[in-house]
Design a protein around this ligand. Sequence first.
Ligand SMILES: Nc1ncnc2c1ncn2[C@@H]1O[C@H](COP(=O)(O)OP(=O)(O)OP(=O)(O)O)[C@@H](O)[C@H]1O
Length: 584
Amino acid sequence: MKALKHLNKYFLKYRYRLIIGVIITIISKIFALFTPRLVGASINVVSDYLDGNISKAIFKSELLTNVIYLVGAAVIAGLFTFLMRQTIINVSRYIEYDLKNEIYKHYQVLSLSFYKSNRTGDLMNRISEDVGKVRMYVGPAIMYTINTITLFAVAVIYMADRSPSLTLYTLLPLPILSVAIYKLSRLINHRSTIVQQSLSTLSTFSQETFSGISVIKSYGIEPRTNAEFETLSAENREKQINLTKVQALFFPMMILLIGISNLIVIYVGGMQYMNGKIEHIGTIAEFIIYVNMLTWPVATVGWVTSLVQQAEASQERINEFLNTEPEIKNTVDELTPIKGDIEFKHVSFVYPDTNIEALKDVSFSLKSGQTLAILGKTGSGKSTILDLIGRLYDIDKGSILIDNTNITDLNLSSLRESIGYVPQDAFLFSDSIRNNIMFGKEDATENEVIDAAKNARVHKNIIGFSKGYDTILGERGITLSGGQKQRVSIARAIIKKPDILLFDDCLSAVDTETEEKILKNLIKLTKDKTTIIVSHRISSAKNADQIIVLEDGKIIESGNHESLINTDGYYKELYMKQLSEKEM
Ligand SMILES: Nc1ncnc2c1ncn2[C@@H]1O[C@H](COP(=O)(O)OP(=O)(O)OP(=O)(O)O)[C@@H](O)[C@H]1O
């Protein structure tokens, strides 16, 4: 129960609703327990009349009174049972909502390395399935526990009042029932988990094959994927059948135990009636109803125990993430406006998960408004520099200064708000093109959106679609070409008008002619902004104030276009190669 302590704050938050829920539950059970008493009394009236102890008129009036009370008690019990679910189950839905929000909010502050080391499926599971299991503890488990305790307490008092020894015999099989249900519930849960895992393997497999359907079709491997699907499906079928086997035992077992209890009541009750230990025949009928009313709540004790165990395991998994501290923390409360000077002083950086030393003693300095181009072979550390400027990771050695202040002494929101980042793989959301661009500036006007799209040279493509800027992208929408995606992603960054612009090889999928035009626009737009362009093309780098060339995490060349084409090295070689390609 240690992990579940996390939920106490929510119980405290909803304490009034819960207290009302408990009171309502108690009232509903008290009224529900009028039924056996009234049925017993009615049978006694019939027996008295048959024995000639009461007149027909008294018999009729007593029976009628009992029936009216019975209907009244049933209506009130029904109404309060409805209200009981409305309060306690509603509280569980509120807590489920709060917990989901708490987890989601926490996910948002966790660093990139957390996402690298945990699978997306796992993150999703903890916020949906695990929260669902915790809700079963917060709602049904608590409701059934109060229900059982109340029902039991009231029923035992009523029963003992009639016949203490018959009460003992009646209750005897119930603990057996509870333990049996507990064992069965555990088995059902165990097998359900296996079914869930197999279902998730099946859906992951299907999702992958549908996402990669073009590869599957072009390689003609449909029969192979079909066979794999069939194998997984057959495994799932076997697991489902195994689960059904134990589920099917649940009700027969309950019916068997109720039957045994009924037999005991009839046999022991009948003997006691004949011995004169029980005065009225109605008591036997009353006890039979008690047995049937108590069976389900007693069975739920076993079920609830296994629910609590599952909730505990799920909450433990949730707490594991909730207790994960974000590696990148904001340490400065006040906002720190950014001008855009950037300086790297002997920066070295090792990726914590792979231990790859991506940067080795990198130093450069860039004044606000200047442009830096970074070139180098793949894996040389170019993107890493951009990630460090956005403080997606903290460095091990050296220092990064923004406006002469150490990056860790800046307010994290101020820093990130001042950056417009265009990643290497443009990620667009399944939303309209307009909203994807406005992601950079929530309150952008239509003209601003169009301007940004024009500057990124994608406006003409967009208006070519029948729904223009309202065209939906993503799974249920259209698929943009690689170059179109990159340009929408550029529009998203420039609409923000940030002080620092980071372009990570984001023109790689556009032809050189369009690249030239976009670059021309960017020169105008980024005149007074600090800009870093990562590229494999000289055309993107040549106008930069500074150019650095990286190799294996180290700066091997630096200067400007003029100085670098006059020095033998990577830049000059690339320049000559791309020049000759252009001439061809
Ligand atoms: N998130 C990460 N976790 C672990 N290692 C990483 C991560 N990102 C990059 N690396 C490693 O760090 C090194 C530098 O990668 P980086 O992405 O900075 O190179 P790059 O020069 O931008 O390459 P490219 O031109 O292919 O984009 C590579 O060896 C890469 O495998």
